[in-house]
Design a protein around this ligand. Structure first.
Ligand code: NOJ
Length: 554
């Protein structure tokens, strides 16, 4: 028996470019450094655009590159309509955009609307202005409890510690859902609404093809700012008063109207962490976000039934929209490490309820993680919808788990008092050439985070020369996906039964059958499923797929 699921819907008239696009996420400061200061920049990215075209992606998403003091590496924005001089400023951005477009690559900016930086002129003006002023009202200032001694409510920052900081010598506190250096905007204030309309238009007018929206579910807070009933044992929890409030949808609809006012296809892709897929689907209504990341695969156990139900739930709940798949990003442990985790530690957890799963600590079997991550890639690239690929995942890089403490920079590390390592381990600058200083990351003597010696094994140039490398697997899969695009475009997905093998997942889409072996025993697909066009592991002479591998049959 098979279960048919609906094909993804697209606009009635034409297919938008982003529907099946594979977008490469560029964490700019760790991608490539042209000026030798140890931090990646736009000129470095421009010099390495060949990597993206050779890989075969359709575009790139640039993590924030605005002027910023860098407390959260750009997610603390000081000026939304400029580019940081350390990355090359607006001229370097324009040049990059032109070069990317000349190669047929789309470019997405990253917008951070929930909060800015303490260096943003509005926040500086708010600090200088009196209590109750128009300047203060653009942020969330409140008097503290106990005569100003205690925070106005019990909300916790996603990065750990209280979500409020007190202004020295006063009873006033300001809200920051993340670091102290990232004050939350007051989205009930029309100045804020109008400001972001202009910011959006600024980047669309400049020529970008879309925008990734940082914590798109968080802008609006419950108007009364009530205490959240956190669990008594102090464990992490999802504070629904601080996020996923109904009014957030109005803002996103407004932005959709702005995007739709242009005469080219623009996408808005939301970073939306909400409790259920049903909640997520509400962000994808026809007049709201065209795309929102479906993060559930990041939290999925390496088991066939878990993957099947996660994929099926996503396709069913978001039927009528385009599902946006991803296996990694700059906030989570790299896929090889997540899939290779043998036994999670039960040590100190994360302040962030999601962080507990996506950055779980414990012993890792890297070889196993690599086999699984390669298989998961083929699983995801076969699905209907678009895929986001985080830089370094195409190299099969594991997380750098043992960075020296004094090198760590993530505010999560600082705010948790060193109990949580945070996200530096997936942000270590990329290795381009094995024998070169800083592995070819740039001409300087050092990179902003130290690269371990074993990065040599993963260097880009080396991997292109090895046909079985993870880089070549990505490039081959993307080429094949593109070749099959016209047959796959509108095709829905049909699960295939695999009698006697609970650990094998198989689905068919148009002319392709995707088979994933989750267990360690080999599996020989029935002859009727077609011939192996691509496999993530060595296929036996009899056509047997090894354990922990995947294949596309055509
Ligand atoms: C989500 C981003 O992905 C993360 O990197 C950042 O720290 C927070 N939002 C705060 O902007």
């Amino acid at each position: 028996m098979t279960t048919a699921l609906p094909a993804p819907a697209g606009p009635a008239t034409r297919t938008p470019w982003w529907r099946d696009a594979v977008i490469y996420q560029v964490y700019l400061r760790s991608f490539a450094d042209a000026d030798g200061d140890g931090v990646g920049d736009l000129a470095g990215l421009a010099l390495r655009l060949d990597h993206l075209t050779q890989l075969g992606v359709d575009g790139l998403w640039l993590n924030p590159c605005y002027p910023s003091p860098g407390a959260d590496h750009g997610y603390d924005v000081a000026d939304y309509t400029d580019v940081d001089a350390r990355y090359g400023g607006l001229p370097a951005f324009d040049a990059l955009l032109e070069q990317a477009h000349a190669r047929g690559l789309r470019v997405l900016m990253d917008l951070v609307p929930n909060h800015c930086s303490v260096d943003h002129p509005w926040f500086l003006a708010a600090l200088a202005a009196p209590v109750g002023s128009a300047e203060r009202d653009r942020f969330v200032f409140r008097p503290g409890r106990d005569g100003g001694q205690a925070p106005p409510n019990n909300w916790r920052s996603v990065f750990g510690g209280p979500a409020w900081t007190r202004l020295d010598g006063t009873d006033q506190w300001y809200l920051h859902s993340f670091d102290t250096s990232q004050p939350d905007f007051n989205w009930h204030n029309p100045d804020v609404v109008g400001y972001f309309d202009d910011v959006l238009r600024f980047w669309f007018d400049r020529g970008v093809d879309g925008i990734r929206i940082d914590v798109a579910h968080m802008m609006v807070k419950h108007p009364d700012l009530p205490d959240w009933p956190y669990p008594a044992d102090g464990s992490a929890d999802y504070n629904s008063y601080a996020q996923n409030q109904p009014e957030v949808h109005e803002i996103l609809r407004r932005w959709r109207r702005i995007a739709d006012g242009y005469d080219r296809d623009l996408t808005l892709v939301g970073e939306v962490w909400v409790p259920t897929v049903d909640d997520l689907a509400r962000y994808l209504r026809p007049d709201e976000l065209p795309q929102a990341f479906y993060f559930d695969l990041l939290m999925c156990r390496w088991e066939a039934p878990a993957f099947r139900s996660t994929v099926a739930r996503g396709l069913a709940e978001m039927a009528g929209a385009v599902v946006t798949w991803t296996l990694a990003n700059h906030d989570v442990h790299r896929a090889v490490t997540r899939f290779g985790l043998i036994q999670p530690d039960t040590g100190p957890g994360s302040a962030d309820v999601v962080g507990l799963t996506v950055r779980a600590r414990g012993e890792v079997d890297v070889a196993r993680g690599e086999r699984r991550a390669r298989a998961a890639l083929l699983l995801v690239l076969g699905l209907p919808g678009s895929v986001y690929l985080y830089q370094g995942e195409e190299l099969g890089l594991p997380e750098v788990l043992d960075l020296p403490d004094d090198a760590r920079q993530d505010p999560i590390w600082v705010r948790s008092g060193g109990t949580e390592h945070g996200r530096d381990g997936c942000r270590v600058p990329l290795p381009w050439r094995a024998g070169a200083p800083v592995f070819g990351f740039g001409p300087g003597p050092a990179a902003w985070l130290p690269q371990p010696d074993w990065f040599a094994t993963y260097a880009v140039e080396d991997q292109w020369t090895r046909s079985s490398s993870t880089l070549n697997l990505h490039a081959t899969a993307l080429r094949l996906r593109r070749r099959l695009a016209s047959d796959l475009g509108g095709a829905g997905l049909e699960w295939l039964d695999v009698p006697g093998r609970q650990d094998v997942l198989a689905y068919q889409r148009g002319p392709v059958t995707v088979v994933v072996v989750f267990g360690s025993e080999p599996f020989t697909p029935p002859a009727g499923w077609g011939r192996v066009a691509l496999a993530s592991g060595p296929v036996g002479v009899d056509g047997a797929l090894p354990g922990e591998s995947a294949a596309w049959l055509t």
